[in-house]
Design a protein around this ligand. Structure first.
Ligand code: FES
Length: 147
């Protein structure tokens, strides 16, 4: 059902963890499956993503897509990071089963939410970026974090 790359990123997730005082943090959730994903970005003064970490409370595909998404945005500038769509993440993983496509969407949304947070803090606009729909504000997801 899963490609080798999906299994690899699920079993050995890259960039798992958190960044203290991150430049941007985005937390998104999928109401249907209840999975939650959080992305931390460390962005330098040239708008380059120097570091990225994720925390995912969700299914295996959500872990694998977060892991791959972090690999894809690392070292990119904020505009290039916008090109890391769920499609790009899926392609990099050699595909996902149709029922798991929404998991990759969560990864895209989490990156966008983190970029949005960064843009808000710096009072800048990122081309093509609008306020993320499923952004969960700090504090609201406290209980879910327990498991
Ligand atoms: Fe919901 Fe995978 S089942 S993110």
């Amino acid at each position: 059902m899963y490609t080798e790359k999906v299994m690899d990123h699920f079993q050995h997730p890259r960039n798992m963890g958190e960044i203290e005082n991150a430049s941007g943090v985005g937390t998104v959730g999928n109401a249907k499956c209840g999975d939650i994903m959080r992305i931390y970005l460390d962005i330098d003064e040239n708008q380059i993503i120097q570091d990225v970490k994720f925390k995912t409370f969700g299914c295996g595909a959500a872990v694998a897509t977060s892991s791959m998404a972090t690999e894809l945005v690392k070292g990119k500038n904020i505009q290039e990071a916008m090109e890391v769509t769920n499609k790009a993440v899926m392609e990099a993983l050699d595909g996902l089963p149709p029922v798991k496509v929404h998991c990759s969407l969560l990864a895209e949304e989490a990156i966008h939410a983190a970029l949005w947070d960064y843009a808000q803090k710096h009072d800048i606009k990122i081309k093509g970026l609008s306020k993320p729909k499923s952004d969960i504000h700090e504090g609201e997801e406290e209980e879910e974090e327990e498991y």
